[in-house]
Design a binder for this molecule. Structure first.
Ligand SMILES: NC(=O)c1ccc[n+]([C@@H]2O[C@H](COP(=O)([O-])OP(=O)(O)OC[C@H]3O[C@@H](n4cnc5c(N)ncnc54)[C@H](O)[C@@H]3O)[C@@H](O)[C@H]2O)c1
Length: 331
């Protein structure tokens, strides 16, 4: 049994803490969050210690591994402290809010025999994992194009946006990681366009956008297109298409059931999409935690690393640079 502390008792911290409690290889020792009203009920529900100081949770003698689910601009110091104390880390994406800050912490982490996994949960989602398996098995020949549509049901709260690093580093980062996962090669060219057409208030407050499109190319010519919007009135839209020399793989949206309905007014009506990430990726978060704990217990390599986090962040910042300059960015 590994003793775990979860840092952050917000949206994602709750998921991780509940998954830790349900996992046979783990014991939730503590949950830490400076907001007592957030941490106390969660810790009570799960029978763990409630701490207001995340550094006390990291230093807790019964804790061997840390799950970081705090706002993006707090990740680096927490991750580093855990590594310095020899604790394993599963850290939410992105590494931190800028590439420079992330690179600096990764350089420091490299001086330790660290076990740090980036929480790119979509890699562990059953269908996306199957797409990757099918590509590796050669079922669609050589990959030519990857098309990713990823739209949220609505804007996150302003405080979340402020600490998020902006849409490319916060939201597109999942799709950039998925692009790397499915292309099997690193993109070397990135061009992007970005708009504020959902929330004009974003102007001036943060350097941020709500609607973006990115095109990328690898050295061998494989292409990827990503489109994101912070608001889709019909729900959480998550689709992936991979086109290859001998076929295509397509993952559509998921619904609670596959029932289709006909009436005088509509045909082929279906239930709303699984909405939002908590529901759509419920299985993936549990599988991600299982992969982390299993690798720690078995002493095998972690399935993702801070380097994956840095490479995705590099693409995010290249997209931002392309928006600002109006040019294709070469990496
Ligand atoms: N993988 C995913 O699908 C996914 C989904 C949502 C969020 N995230 C990531 O998870 C992180 C948190 O996002 P969220 O949506 O849960 O945010 P949230 O605002 O809902 O929760 C964050 C919590 O962290 C607490 N907190 C702030 N500073 C802290 C500190 N220093 N130590 C401990 N707790 C602290 C806050 O009080 C809050 O309760 C972000 O980095 C975000 O990018 C990932």
């Amino acid at each position: 049994m590994l003793g775990i502390a979860v840092l952050g008792a917000g949206r994602i911290g709750k998921i991780h803490a509940r998954n830790v409690t349900a996992h046979p290889k783990a014991k939730l020792i503590a949950v830490a969050d400076p907001i007592a009203d957030a941490v106390n009920p969660l810790a009570k529900e799960l029978g763990a210690e409630a701490l207001l100081d995340p550094f006390a949770a990291i230093a807790h003698p019964d804790v061997q591994a840390i799950v970081i689910g705090t706002p993006t601009d707090t990740h680096a110091p927490l991750m580093l402290r855990a590594v310095e104390l020899g604790k394993a880390v599963l850290c939410e994406k992105p590494v931190d809010s800028t590439l420079a800050k992330s690179q600096a912490v990764v350089d420091k982490i490299a001086k330790h025999d660290a076990k740090v996994m980036m929480a790119f949960n979509r890699r562990f989602e059953t269908s996306f994992a199957e797409i990757r398996r099918a590509i590796e098995a050669g079922e669609i020949g050589d990959v030519r194009q990857v098309i990713i549509s990823s739209r949220d049901p609505g804007m996150p709260p302003p405080a979340y946006v402020a600490a998020s690093g902006g849409i490319f580093r916060d939201m597109t980062i999942h799709d950039l990681d998925m692009a790397r996962f499915l292309l099997g090669e690193e993109p070397v060219e990135v061009s992007a366009i970005a708009s504020r057409i959902v929330d004009a208030e974003l102007t001036g407050k943060h350097e941020d956008y709500d609607t973006v499109m990115i095109n990328m190319k690898t050295a061998s010519g494989k292409q990827c297109h990503i489109n994101n919007c912070r608001e889709a009135v019909y729900g959480y839209d998550q689709r992936v298409e991979v086109f290859g020399s001998t076929g295509m793989l397509l993952q559509d949206n998921l619904r609670p059931t596959t029932v289709r309905r006909w009436s005088a007014d509509v045909t082929e009506a279906r239930e709303p999409l699984l909405n939002f990430f908590l529901q759509r990726y419920e299985q993936a978060y549990a599988a991600e935690l299982d992969a982390f704990l299993t690798a720690l217990v078995d002493g095998t390599p972690l399935p993702t690393s801070v380097d994956d986090g840095l490479l995705a962040l590099k693409l995010a910042e290249a997209a931002l640079e392309s928006v600002k300059t109006g040019r294709t960015v070469k990496l």
